[in-house]
Design a protein around this ligand. Structure first.
Ligand code: NDP
Ligand code: 8X3
Length: 250
């Protein structure tokens, strides 16, 4: 039975992936800051698989290492790492963007992903086996107006994904990115700091991707035979052509 560690499992893509993996009998280590949500999810999924929860902020590197190192023996051999925790903070032109927002995005989406990877890759190297899925974005492939630093953070994920694949080549570790377009999660609530009206508008007038769609793809990626590595996959709603071209009927 495989063991997967999913960051950002309290919501959206991470939570749906946890549910999908649980249905397939994959052992789970679920991470996020909101402990109550992790506990609730553990209760729900424990009927299907073994679940361990770790509550930490990916920005705090000591906490990242401490939590991962303190996993019980039966959860130590992590086969699958889903580097999913992340978010956008604000949607402002570069000339008026907030430094706090910029720092949050770079600290979480880039440095946090690196800390978690640094804590898990040594075990994969020792076992010469593993699979790392980095959740990038269409924002890591193109830049859109006011997306500046969020797009930079996801371009960094794209580069890290390529770098990991190059450096880990020959060690039995698969590395690949999944780059979604618009997915209806709590993403826009966070981006617009709880302004739910503004957040809802992002997904109005077309059918956005649902977190289950991405979970389905992640499950497909991790169930390919060992010689198949899905290195880089971009997925958008049918209504979306680029970050700025979305066929909105309403
Ligand atoms: P959600 O806001 O629904 O989920 C984000 C998850 O990240 C939550 O579980 C949250 O947990 C976790 N997280 C955020 N900050 C931290 C932190 N400092 N430490 C630990 N965990 C953290 O958004 P999505 O599911 O949409 O986002 C998941 C990933 O998908 C992100 O990397 C995002 O950039 C990417 N993505 C999203 C798209 C979209 O349109 N929704 C499109 C393309 C990519 P908690 O708050 O409990 O810590
Ligand atoms: C999230 C999708 O278009 O808001 O990465 O950047 S978008």
């Amino acid at each position: 039975m495989k063991t997967a560690l999913i960051t950002g499992a309290t919501s959206g893509i991470g939570r749906s992936t946890a549910k999908r993996f649980a249905s397939e009998g994959i052992k789970l280590i679920l991470c996020g800051r909101r402990k109550e949500r992790l506990e609730k999810l553990k209760k729900e999924l424990s009927m299907k698989t073994e679940v361990q929860i770790l509550s930490f902020d990916v920005r705090k590197k000591e906490d990242v290492f401490h939590n991962i190192e303190s996993l019980p023996e039966e959860f130590r051999n992590i086969d699958i790492l889903v580097n999913n925790a992340g978010n956008a903070h604000g949607l402002d032109p570069i000339q008026s963007g907030s430094i706090e927002d910029w720092e949050a995005m770079l600290d979480i989406n880039v440095k946090g992903l690196l800390y978690v990877s640094k804590a898990i890759i040594p075990g994969m190297m020792e076992r010469q086996s593993g699979h790392i899925i980095n959740i990038g974005s269409t924002a890591g492939k193109e830049v859109y107006p006011n997306g500046n630093v969020y797009c930079a953070s996801k371009h960094a994920v794209d580069a890290i994904n390529q770098g990991m694949r190059i450096d880990l080549n020959g060690n039995g570790i698969r590395v690949g990115a999944i780059n979604p377009g618009l997915v209806q999660t709590e993403f826009s609530d966070v981006r617009f700091k709880g302004d739910s009206e503004k957040a809802e508008k992002v997904y109005q007038g077309f059918k956005a991707l649902q977190p289950e769609d991405i979970a389905d793809i992640i499950h497909f990626v991790v169930t390919r035979p060992y010689h198949v590595n899905i290195a880089d996959l971009t997925v958008m709603p049918t209504a979306q052509a680029t970050s700025t071209i979305v066929d909105k009927k309403a």
